[in-house]
Unconditional design. Structure first.
Length: 92
């Protein structure tokens, strides 16, 4: 059985508890500063997008207001093209 950890019913609460436990375990395992640094995604596409956005923001390649252009970067790189977002403009 599976439960949505955001649901208020018993199965959802059980799933939420398991998710909190897993998050604490991963936090300890990787030496993260806090549990907010641990993000679970639903799959590789979501994780890749999160990594692209995070890396671009961390490197100041884009402004926080221009982050909506990142999907174009992911789409371009997935079709064998190189793309970069610099100062809010996508360059291929």
């Amino acid at each position: 059985m599976y439960g949505n950890p955001s649901s208020p019913h018993a199965l959802g609460r059980t799933a939420a508890k398991a998710l909190r436990t897993a998050r604490r375990q991963v936090t300890d395992l990787i030496g993260a500063k806090n549990e907010l640094e641990v993000v679970f995604t639903s799959g590789a596409t979501e994780a890749n997008h999160l990594a692209i956005v995070g890396a671009a923001l961390a490197a100041d390649l884009i402004t926080r207001t221009a982050h909506t252009l990142i999907p174009a970067t992911a789409d371009a790189s997935s079709c064998c093209c190189q793309a970069a977002v610099v100062s809010g403009q996508t360059q291929v």
